[in-house]
Ligand binder design. Structure first.
Ligand code: KG4
Ligand code: ZN
Length: 352
């Protein structure tokens, strides 16, 4: 039986959230009332330009830039939200998974603010938080009533690819995951092989728009494995072999076709396995989250399949797919409901 939850939680609360797990320094203020979330501010300072010249994220450089950016980003977020100490009720922070030294910058800042302002502190798993981006969807006023449980979450980011069974808004059970590369990691590695730079997702997706997705066929990893695990290293390796086999000039001319074929293979397997898992576990809603969810083809194919299979799919607004602090605040809201606070002296950062 589907359940509609939290409609009676009427108290208005403001959560200030901090996210520094990878290469985005982000601070947000989110209001929650009656089960409806409103973003009062969500400032994201991206380090993409800095890391692009290294071809990927350099942890030491990322941490130094978080340290440089965190106070200006914090200041912008509270100014934009017009919410200082008196208006903020809770402080939330991503404490895992991610780069340890990057996470530390956010966590130490959150601890200091919570201590000085005397506000309860909440530690949030940033990967799970990606699914809560769906609670901001503009499709419905009261998203809580739209997310029906049990739900199946698909998280596709640079570090994770997981299928998660959610009996309710609080519980997460991994029912499938990648055995090697994450989907976003495959996009990033293939872009590197094709000399397209970092990060790979957005550039491959743009190139693919100009290509023929049927010109090159890549293997659909573990499509018929009978479980809900994924593998993306085989697709990446076949792109590598293809580039070794073909002449450089041919590759340059056919880069768009290779991007389109690669993207099709990744999207096909994600869509097929997600809907198969939803049917097997009889879930009422599919929730997507993580940076790869910004991919236009993935969004379109997920919607098409939703109509064909008559299973509801929720896809976050593009701006909330990649790392940002608003999703940390949304996830923290559920921790407030469960009174899962963390004392500043106990909070730990974890890479996994
Ligand atoms: O969730 P996220 O911002 O950070 C992690 O938690 O990893 O995801 C970043 C990943 C990167 O691998 C990036 O290439 C991928 O998301 N990505 C995309 C797109 N935009 C970002 N992948 C495919 N298509 C996109 N449009
Ligand atoms: Zn992420």
């Amino acid at each position: 039986m589907a359940n509609v939850i939290f409609m009676k939680h009427k108290k208005s609360i403001n959560i200030l959230a901090i996210e520094t797990s990878c290469d985005e320094t982000s601070v947000a203020v989110v209001n929650a009332i009656n089960g409806k979330f409103t973003i009062l501010s969500n400032i994201v300072s991206s380090q993409i330009k800095i890391h692009r010249k290294y071809g990927g994220i350099v942890p030491e450089v990322a941490a130094r830039n978080h340290a440089k950016n965190i106070i200006p980003v914090f200041e912008k977020a509270i100014k934009k939200a017009q919410a200082g100490k008196t208006k903020i009720d809770y402080i939330a922070v991503a404490n895992k998974p991610g780069l340890i030294t990057s996470l530390l910058v956010g966590v130490e800042t959150a601890k200091a603010v919570s201590y000085v302002w005397q506000k309860p502190l909440l530690a949030v798993d940033h990967v799970k938080a990606h699914l809560y981006a769906n609670w901001f969807s503009s499709a419905a006023d009261y998203q809580m009533s739209v997310v029906r449980f049990p739900s199946l979450g698909l998280i596709v980011s640079g570090g994770h690819t997981q299928l998660i069974y959610m009996k309710d808004a609080f519980s997460f059970k991994i029912v499938g995951e990648t055995l090697d590369d994450a989907a976003g990691e495959a996009f990033d590695k293939v872009a590197k092989i094709l000399g397209l730079g970092y990060p790979g997702g957005p550039v491959i997706s743009r190139m693919a728009d100009f290509g023929d997705e049927n010109k090159f066929q890549f293997p659909l990893g573990l499509l018929h494995s009978g479980d809900f695990n994924f593998s993306f290293s085989g697709i990446k390796t076949s792109v590598l072999y293809l580039t070794k086999r073909l002449d450089k000039r041919i590759i340059e001319r056919q880069r768009a076709d290779i991007c389109a074929g690669f993207q099709k293979a990744v999207v096909d397997v994600l869509v097929k396995k997600t809907y198969a898992a939803s049917k097997k576990f009889k879930t009422e809603t599919i929730l997507l989250g993580g940076g790869v969810t910004a991919n236009r083809k993935l969004r379109e194919e997920m919607q098409k399949k939703s109509l064909a299979e008559n299973i509801k799919v929720l896809i976050p607004p593009v701006g909330l797919c990649t790392d940002n602090a608003a999703i940390i605040a949304a996830a923290a809201y559920f921790k407030v409901r469960k009174k899962q606070f963390s004392h500043w002296s106990k909070i730990k950062v974890e890479s996994n």
